[in-house]
Design a protein around this ligand. Sequence first.
Ligand SMILES: [Zn+2]
Length: 194
Amino acid sequence: MIDLGWAPPVGGDVVVAPAGCEWDAVRASTAVASAAFQILDGTENCAAIVDARAGWVYWLLPPGERGGFAHWERLGQYVTLLTAGSGTHYVGVPPSHRPAGPGLHWRITGEWSGRYLAQPYYLGAVLTSAVCLAHGPGALPGQCAWCERELDPAYAVTVHGRRAAGDAEPQPLSVHPACARAARLRASSQEPRA
Ligand SMILES: [Zn+2]
């Protein structure tokens, strides 16, 4: 089980701290965050940091848990994962007693779980849907049906296979050529899609 027990200081003022130490952070625009809250409220119910002046919303994750969700890069145009690594990213963290603006504050709903850290995989999945809700279904790069990594349509091949074990009939799937070979899927066309 990952530890979601971190909490901000009780008193004092905003603390500016580097991502990748006590937590990693995920930053999204308020437009994407508004869409995400439609799903998160009533399910995840963890606190988020609202920076209304900059137009950002931050969620904090357990540090080093990016592996819990493999597709942060795919969301990169709209959602930024801030971790340890190249460069240091600082995030302003309000004290726990500040659940309202003006200024940097925690967004805490009536159904709050009591957590200040989000579950990485669930948050990533919700933000994927939120980007599509906020910016349309074409906003995200294509995804390989086999490895789920980003797929450039110019290099995709279409194969017929079962996406899930329960699929009754093989479906046309867009995959990387290497994934088609690795999976021994029968390519119906080696031509890149238009
Ligand atoms: Zn692939």
